[in-house]
Design a protein around this ligand. Structure first.
Ligand SMILES: *[C@@H]1O[C@H](CO)[C@@H](O)[C@H](O)[C@H]1NC(C)=O
Ligand SMILES: *[C@@H]1O[C@H](CO)[C@@H](O)[C@H](O)[C@H]1NC(C)=O
Length: 193
């Protein structure tokens, strides 16, 4: 019996042990454990920011520049499909442009819909006041501007908004059909640390 153990079971046991050893000693670069919360993140919180976004096309200091015009031909859609504007819009506390400046919305929007005015918005909210000075939120979403409330995702952030996610709801406060100038109320709901 002892002989059988030595001849058959013992080698099998050794193979099993060495295999186990190989698995646990696998290349350490392949898989490493990470300390829990190495960045010392605090509890995630939900913040609500409300401000007014000023898209100014007319006057001596426009904050909107048209950078792409759709080609003019008989296939051009009446919605202006293909147009792209670059923006550096003021974000203020109240609807008045002279009210407290909270930051700027920088980025661009393009007319991405053939059926209605449906913009693709890609912009950063660059905050310039208080503790969020220098921190940014990135918005990327669809904005059918003539709808009462438009919802767009917040896809990230920087500074105090690292790991941010959430959404904004935009509703037009005033829109000048002649000039195209718009003041839009933004309510941003953002989960961040
Ligand atoms: C559209 O333009 C093309 C040439 O660019 C022309 O052949 C065609 O007849 C035009 N169609 C209409 C409906 O005007
Ligand atoms: C925001 O930060 C910039 C750059 O650090 C600084 O120049 C500016 O004074 C700050 N503004 C406020 C309102 O704290």
């Amino acid at each position: 019996m002892a002989k059988t153990f030595l001849c058959i079971i013992f080698p099998l046991l050794m193979i099993t042990i060495s295999q186990t050893f190989l698995v646990t000693q696998a290349d350490p670069r392949f898989l490493q454990s990470v300390k829990l919360n190495p960045m010392k993140l605090k509890t995630e919180k939900l913040s609500h920011f409300k401000f007014y976004w000023h898209d100014t096309i007319s006057g001596p200091n426009p904050t909107v520049v048209n950078i792409v015009q759709p080609p003019v031909n008989n296939k051009t859609k009446p919605t202006g499909f293909g147009m792209i504007n670059m923006i550096d819009d003021a974000m203020t506390e109240k609807p008045e442009i002279g009210s407290k400046l909270l930051g700027r919305a920088q980025g661009f929007y393009g007319q991405a819909s053939q059926e209605e005015i449906g913009l693709l918005m890609a912009m950063n909210f660059v905050f310039s006041t208080g503790k969020y000075n220098g921190s940014t939120l990135t918005i990327m979403g669809r904005n059918p501007v003539f709808h009462k409330v438009r919802e767009m995702p917040i896809i990230g952030g920087s500074g105090l908004f690292r790991f941010a996610r959430g959404y904004v709801q935009a509703s037009t406060h005033t829109f000048d059909l002649k000039t195209g100038d718009a003041i839009v109320e933004y309510n941003a709901y953002v989960l961040h640390y």
